[in-house]
Ligand binder design. Structure first.
Ligand code: GLV
Ligand code: MN
Length: 193
């Protein structure tokens, strides 16, 4: 859903000041600008969520500048969860490369659409909707996801709500979640940056 390109390509000059919507074009371009190996790098999933993401977006792969798309490699330990998040600037399409994954998104009416899918099967998440994935197989799992934006953005609900800098006041969170300061402080302590 990014705007249409007005030329064949415009490899992003990330050092230029981002005074435009996207990046100015690099003046000298070669084949290397259109290839990226970052999704092939095995990821370390030994963390609390059991998930790791490598992004091929305009910031890591400047050749994508103005082309309106990007991709991620998402790897899961057994039981790993990619927590609920949303992409403000893109619809997401994904394919399971390895394993069995419970994939779900929520409509703005709070209906959950979900399914367990396996290697080779695909899913889609409409732009902006909250979604998550959970590795329900016995072994590792891996997804490749793609986005119709060079920089889809990701609002990760737990870190947005409990790990922001500065913090959201407890008065807001205790009322929002109908709970007490101790519970909110406990959650904040787990997402502090
Ligand atoms: C998965 O939801 C991803 O954003 O890569
Ligand atoms: Mn996503």
């Amino acid at each position: 859903s990014d705007s249409d390109p007005l030329q064949d390509f415009c490899v992003g000059d990330l050092k230029a000041s981002p005074s435009i919507n996207g990046f100015p074009c690099k003046s000298s371009v070669s084949a290397a600008d259109f290839f990226f190996s970052g999704l092939a790098v095995p990821l370390n999933t030994s963390n609390r969520n059991g998930v790791a993401v490598a992004a091929a977006n305009v910031l890591t792969f400047p050749g994508l500048n103005t082309l309106g798309l990007s991709m991620n490699n998402v790897e899961f330990a057994p039981g790993g969860v990619n927590p609920p998040h949303s992409h403000p600037r893109a619809t997401e399409a994904g394919v399971v490369i390895e394993g069995s994954v419970f994939v779900g998104f929520l409509t703005t009416n709070n209906t959950l659409f979900s399914k367990v899918i396996h290697a080779g099967e695909m899913f889609v998440v409409p732009r902006g909707l909250v979604h998550f994935q959970w590795n329900v197989g016995k072994g590792k799992a891996r997804l490749i996801t793609s986005f119709n934006s060079q920089l889809p953005g990701s609002a990760v609900l737990p870190t947005t709500l409990f790990g922001s800098m500065p913090e959201i006041p407890n008065a807001v969170l205790t009322k929002t979640f109908r709970t007490d300061d101790a519970t909110v402080n406990n959650l904040k302590s787990k997402f502090a940056v």
